[in-house]
Design a protein around this ligand. Structure first.
Ligand code: FEO
Ligand code: CA
Ligand code: CA
Ligand code: CA
Length: 649
């Protein structure tokens, strides 16, 4: 199928003449220094230029200022409309109850909570429509203070069930009418909710392994549900990838917590979900293998509402942020993967088989066989992808890896062992169209600058590790975050070596502390999270300053979370959108005509402890329903230009 994503993933196909010109100019700029595949291929940020607008790709919008208002601001000439908010039915189904009194069964037919990554899949429009497509939207987690009328004052099996139904993914059918407004198609034969209880299949090298077997699933092949679906990916063959991030937060273990559970963050008391009190499988002492069945990338066919989602174990088990594709020169599929915890790693998967653009369903299992690599960033500006293959690099039985399945189920331990580089919380990854250069947000890290890093033999490591700074993670107390980028050798996504540099260090240029100033050219920002290239090569950056820090102390100058647009060639950054109070900005996708940008507003009104007070649900934000509404709601925005132009130009 044709999709804007194809143009990102496959540099050889379907480019317009303009695209080719632009790519050639970018290549010339990179090659201008006479540089091969070395660190110098990136010349770093040019000196600060006095540009009024970003030069190339052209940006003509007038940047919006920092905001602390409880609303969405976009540039003059743009409109942002709410398309799909928590509690809206995905098809025929009950409307949102303003007091959150809908049942678990109702919630299972409605948008879940906390919209995150998403992707647009085009369908043929009907006569009179501008566009029609499917939107797959992740629902990352729940704020049970908002989810139930009385929050968590009482706790019941029905509340656990409702929380589970508010997790997962929505597939909705949407259309853009002749008047250019977007709406959800109801009813829709495609619409679907995938929840924390939807049956799924495990596939790939770890499927069926004894560490994945439970009393309920003695074959280790079938799992109920997906959890903490954060960022996402897509494939050239038209499927959606949803990524299980902080799955450990749903489990508790009141017994002796095995090292393998500790390494993934499982604790005695959990993180406030209290599912284990009414759903035994989240008791990790009673069901020690159940957590092993989460932390995967899940592939979903959005076009078939009866399809069984598949957990692709070949892509490893981590706190998966996103899963972003590229196509290697020989046609193999590459997926870039980040593990979003302090001092975790960056990965990529390279398939064994090749993508066949004419292959249709024959491509469907490409993510089941291949090699998972973890990144090592060396201080000379080069880097190496280290294979996590059983038998090599110490991934042997004497180190606790009896087979490849154990390497994948214990991906973090395998990466520890091979000397990967501990990063400042890898969030989203974006592949630049045309060049194949890869950008990754490193959102922050307050656990760096010590001496207790990963031992080279890496058998054990605790969350209190405080590694020294390195060139790729250069700040000891990286409160504002940065973006790193790399160029694969031979410009081939399957290469095992690369050159890298730091694209930008975020910060407050007015800070008295030089380490806090950063080097952003243009509009300041902090804590980059969402990252996405549009087909013209604009780099969109979404921020996630945590609600513990938003508006406070050295973060006050940043205002509410925002979305910005960067020119990768010059480094110039312009603020495009500011969100309502207490939210983060996430999710980014676009139909092929580039005349709409879908963006998610997540957790408007979030309180510093992440659990709202049901008696004062609008204490921080009343977005999007305002005073008439009962509770703040995460929502998908459709952003357009009043003159129907391409977004960002
Ligand atoms: Fe769910 Fe790392 O953000
Ligand atoms: Ca994120
Ligand atoms: Ca977040
Ligand atoms: Ca984040």
């Amino acid at each position: 199928m044709h999709d804007p994503a194809d143009r990102v993933a496959n540099t050889s196909g379907n480019r317009s003449f303009d695209d080719v010109l632009r790519v050639d100019r970018q290549r010339r700029r990179l090659i201008a220094g006479g540089l091969g595949a070395t660190a110098a291929a990136f010349v770093g940020l040019p000196p600060r230029a006095a540009h009024a607008t970003i030069g190339e790709p052209p940006v003509t919008f007038r940047a919006v200022p920092v905001s602390t208002e409880d609303t969405v601001h976009v540039p003059e000439g743009y409109v942002a409309e709410v398309l799909f908010a928590w509690g809206d039915p995905v098809s025929n189904g009950p409307a949102f109850a303003q007091d959150a009194s809908q049942s678990a069964e109702d919630q299972a037919l409605q948008a879940g909570m906390h919209h995150d990554g998403m992707h647009y899949f085009p369908l043929p429009p009907d006569p009179g429509e501008r566009n029609r497509g499917l939107l797959a939207v992740n629902h990352e987690y729940t704020d049970d203070g908002l989810l139930h009328p009385d929050g968590m004052k009482t706790w019941t099996a029905a509340k656990v069930r409702k929380s589970q139904m508010a997790h997962g993914v929505s597939i909705i059918e949407i259309r853009q009418r002749g008047d250019r407004r977007w709406e959800v198609v109801r009813p829709s034969r495609h619409a679907r909710r995938i929840t924390a209880a939807t049956p799924m299949r495990l596939s790939g090298p770890a499927a069926g392994h004894e560490r994945l077997r439970t009393a309920a699933d003695p074959d280790g092949s079938r799992v109920l549900g997906t959890l903490n679906n954060c960022s996402n990916g897509w494939t050239p063959w038209g499927t959606y990838l949803t990524c299980e991030e902080n799955f450990y937060a749903y489990f508790v273990n009141r017994g002796r917590i095995p090292a393998d559970q500790q390494r993934y963050g499982i604790t005695a008391n959990g993180f406030g979900y209290r599912w284990h009190e009414h759903d035994d499988r989240f008791d990790a002492a009673a069901h020690p293998n159940e957590p092993n069945r989460f932390g995967w990338v899940v592939e979903i066919d959005p076009f078939d509402p009866d399809s069984v989602p598949v957990k692709r174990t070949a892509l490893g088990r981590i706190s998966h942020e996103g899963a972003v594709p590229a196509i290697a020169r020989d046609g193999r599929v590459v997926v870039y993967l980040g593990d979003d915890q302090r001092n975790e790693y960056l990965y990529k998967f390279v398939s064994r088989g090749r993508y066949d653009p004419e292959g249709g369903r024959a491509n469907r299992d490409l993510l089941d066989e291949g090699t998972l690599y973890v990144a090592r960033f060396d201080d000379d500006g080069t880097g190496r992808w280290i294979p996590l293959v059983h038998g090599g690099n110490g991934l042997t039985p004497e180190h606790g890896f009896r087979d490849q399945a154990e390497v994948l189920i214990r991906t973090r331990q395998a990466a520890d062992r091979v000397g990967a580089t501990m990063m400042d919380r890898p969030e989203w990854i974006a592949v630049q169209p045309g060049t194949g250069h890869v950008y990754c947000s490193l959102t922050n890290n307050n656990h760096r600058g010590g001496t207790t890093g990963n031992a080279p033999d890496g058998t054990t490591r605790s969350g209190s590790a405080r590694p020294p700074v390195d060139a790729a993670n250069p700040r000891p107390d990286n409160v504002f975050g940065h973006i790193v980028r790399w160029r694969e050798d031979r410009d081939d996504a399957s290469a095992t070596t690369f050159a890298w540099d730091v694209f930008v260090q975020c910060g407050d240029p007015g800070s008295a502390d030089p380490a806090r100033r950063g080097n952003v050219q243009g509009d300041q920002f902090a804590n980059p999270d969402g990252l996405w290239f549009d087909p013209d090569g604009r780099l969109w950056i979404e921020t996630d300053i945590s609600s513990r820090e938003l508006g406070i102390g050295e973060f006050a100058v940043m205002g509410n979370n925002a979305m910005l647009c960067a020119d990768p060639a010059t480094g110039l950054v312009h603020r495009f959108l500011t969100g309502p109070r207490g939210c983060e900005i996430t999710g980014l996708t676009q139909p092929q005509d580039q005349r709409t940008l879908f963006v998610n507003i997540q957790h408007p009104g979030e309180s510093p402890d992440g659990r709202s007070d049901p008696d004062h649900p609008k204490a921080v934000s009343a977005w999007p329903d305002g005073t008439a509404g009962g509770r703040p709601r995460s929502a998908t925005l459709a952003i357009r230009r009043e003159d129907d132009g391409i977004i960002g130009t």
